[in-house]
Ligand binder design. Sequence first.
Ligand code: G3I
Length: 341
Amino acid sequence: MSSQALGGPEIDGGSPGTLRHLAARNHLSIGTAVDMAALASDQVYRERIAREFNSVTAENVMKWSEIEPQRGQLNFAPADELVAFARANHQRVRGHTLVWHNQLPEWLTSGVADGSIAPEELRGILRQHILDEVGHFRGKIYQWDVVNEVIDDNGNLRDSIWLQQLGPGYIADAFRWARQADPKAKLYLNDYNVEGISAKSTAYYNLAKQLKADRVPVDGFGIQGHLGVQYGYYPASAVAENLRRFEALGLETSVTEADVRMIMPTDNAKLQAQAQGYSTLIQGCLLARRCTSFTVWGFTDKYSWVPGFFEGEGAANLLDENFNSKPAYDEMVSVLTLAAR
Ligand code: G3I
């Protein structure tokens, strides 16, 4: 089954009963981050991605440190493999990410640190990076996270290498360069801790408004959606209210990296609470008008960034480590089944 995306091309529905089938009926792309090592080695992983999702995001292989490990030597091979997998499975590809303060090439960070790369040269390097990467994938990526995590939790521009060296104008520049390299891709601002209305999300709202006023080609606002059972969640209505104010500026919105971690070990109460976390995000998205894609940051507990980053935490995904459905998966199915967007 195919369905027209909100303002976009076809979304492929796949087989009845799957997330991708249910999402397509709601004009929603449903995606997962993909770990390329797992994709190469694990057939069940591959089959489930093909079956359940109609969109994929590279968990790491489109980041700058992976694309240009040595200065001037571009390696698109792993990312091209993902694009080929997506094509074979009638999936769209979300691009992640062009400008970030993490996973930068070592030659770049050390060059800035020792002064051998001065600000004007750095600006040229950033411009070339965006033109190279977006140009390479031109026509193959439907949404790009152009700038990732550029505002801190207090609502100030993040004190990153980019702000320090180039000043705040780097954000507008990045969007303009990305548009130049692919006029059709939707260009996103993306961050965590912005699900509801807060100092941080309001700083994004003001930034988006200013960019729009300055005719900067920004098309979308992405909420990552890294939640934790132990912290609680904004209700779906509050997520939708937040998304809708961005949509009123003329942007589309997306949930880009949903997962809901917990303090291990798991138990039934935590798994039910986790299902509620996913529920607030998917319902918030469906209650907004132009929430176009919903991506989970991995879908099986077998492969997850969480245990490596938060000691003692894990089990953040929809399926367990044996690819069995958790209550969160069933909740996603039931919300998407009842919704009629
Ligand atoms: O590729 C190297 C490998 O060669 C080396 O042997 C190994 C040893 O540590 O490290 C490997 O790189 C790791 C990479 O993931 C690939 O597995 C990095 O150390 C590790 O830091 C990196 O973590 C990624 C993290 O971003 C980096 O900040 C996670 O997989 C990825 O899930 C995570 O994703 C981010 C989003 O991009 C932005 N939003 C938050 C989200 C979660 O942190």
